[in-house]
Write a protein that binds this ligand. Sequence first.
Ligand code: ATP
Ligand code: MG
Length: 655
Amino acid sequence: MTDSKKNAESSGKTIDVLLEEGRTFAPAKDFVKQANFSDPALYKEAGKDSVAFWEKCASKLDWFQKWNKALEWKAPDAKWFIGGKLNASYNCVDRHIKNGLRNKAALIWEGEPGDKRTMTYWDLYREVNKFANGLKSLGIKKGDRVAIYLPMIPELAVAMLACSRIGAVHSVVFAGFSPEALKDRINDMEANLLITADGGYRRGGVIPLKNDADIALSDTPSIKHVIVVNRGGFKTDMKDGRDHWYHELVDAAEAFCEPEHMDSEDMLFTLYTSGTTGKPKGIVHTTGGYMTGAYTTTKYVFDLKDDDVYWCTADIGWVTGHTYIVYGPLSNGATVVMYEGAPDWPDKSRFWKIVEDYGVTIFYTAPTAIRAFMRWGVEYPAKHDLSTLRLLGTVGEPINPEAWMWYHKNIGGEKCPIVDTWWQTETGCILITPLPGITTTKPGSATVPFPGIEADILDEAGNSIKVGGGFLVITKPWPSMIRTIYGDHDRYYETYWKKYNGKYYFTGDGAKRDEDGFFWLLGRVDDVINVAGHRLSTMEIESALVDHPDVAESAAVGVNHEIKGQSIKAFVTLKDGVEPGDGMEKKLKAHVVKMIGAIARPESIIFSAELPKTRSGKIMRRLLKDIAEGRVLGDTSTLADPNVVEALKEKYEED
Ligand code: ATP
Ligand code: MG
């Protein structure tokens, strides 16, 4: 019996481990030679005294006043770098102007229609200062909340930095969200001002952002002013006294705005989670700790160098964009590529054209995108020269080993290390990840905790599981951790701390640890499937399905079953050009049995061209479960495309 099986039986409440993945990829010698970090002793050192490690990291930022105490920890409340004063925008722009990077490209931006713009650090500095003064001219001051509802245009980064410059708390709302979702978020944080645009391009069409915002604004009493960026000269009504054009404010503003000296624990931003599991939560991050995490992990995990061209394809509406498009890379003085539109516009090779055109060296995307690339076929990346790429990353969901291998081969040319980075809106920065010059990677594993981070896998009773599956927790405070849920500290405790009595941060994710101490994320604990006393992770069943050459994507859910407790239903999207046809269901069931065993055999498979996803591209299993159990659908407000669920529901009811 394996250790994991023993564990599962003794506690009854862990997660079984079925999938074995034996491939390993050691860092290439050439990569190690040039890597920012290549000495494994780093982990030991940071582990010995993690607070000292984080202090060393924090000292790489510019502080107006140094902290007098590194950490005050009274679970679940952490304060980092107490007494320290700094400004996030100063760290992202001013210090580079002073250190010789004034003419370096900060943002290389491309709009969906193909329009281009490059902002040097000097340009960015000028624009941030002026817009900060523009915000001040409308009465915005330290502690006020500013909602931002913008497409992926440079003004989005400018707006965030301008807020942080004057100490206003920004809250970016993804531009694909509905007026209703925008309204809820504005009201939850009682925002004083909204920044939006006349519109934005998406898949050849125009999203009428200002018109949508106007609908939301009919019921948002806290908003006094609205600033509108002219993205495309789209028609919009400007309300006298309330609405102001961005360019007019900036043109009229003074060139310099003194950066506010923010306390390390002053709030930097709030951001609502993607809403995969339910009602979105307003996650609160503070200045000193968040900036330390963002700066440090960007440098370490992406092996960032002065001449890199770095592209993270996330939308800034999600935390990945906050930390790994704006605050992390810009505080490092990096050159950041930013793209407004869809990956398949005007055709499915758009991303690869961007990589070629700008000579992108570091590329960071999500498994959902990688699975779409797989489905579309290798001919698209093959059309472009991707040889400038030197490092790849992934984030957002567990990556199926087959998707990892596809990425490695077809995008990375078998020469780029892949960093599979696990983290959450709540964690502020990457917590479990390879370091590309040190870690031997395994497809599907996020590998090990970042230096200075301590994670564990526990059973229900709180016992540590050395080898096997269970609940992922973080056992020590870290600088960029969530401080609270906006306006609801009780919910903060309930959600993240109560499970282990305030002792550990509970992530809500399942994970397994292998014999080498590597972590493998198994999906959300709420999604675990219980078949005849075996607790199976969605991830392993889905990976077994995706391992089949005809399958592009899959989602497994547990459905109530009289005898077994639950039975497995699998939803499967086949690769382009493959027909479901007779026998496919049988073939796929047999494949799962072969890969991981009879216990994981899906009772039925439903074929669907699309799976329901959040706006950030994550599969929403809870809705599939609602469909499979014939229930009324739960909260659908964060769905990317409600039609997908409706169609599936109909199909399911017919079958
Ligand atoms: P909500 O909390 O509102 O349900 P969400 O959890 O999807 O939304 P995010 O904070 O954007 O919101 O996502 C974090 C989650 O994404 C993690 O808890 C984990 O489930 C998943 N995740 C992120 N990166 C990885 C990764 N590399 N491997 C596995 N899972 C990942
Ligand atoms: Mg979450």
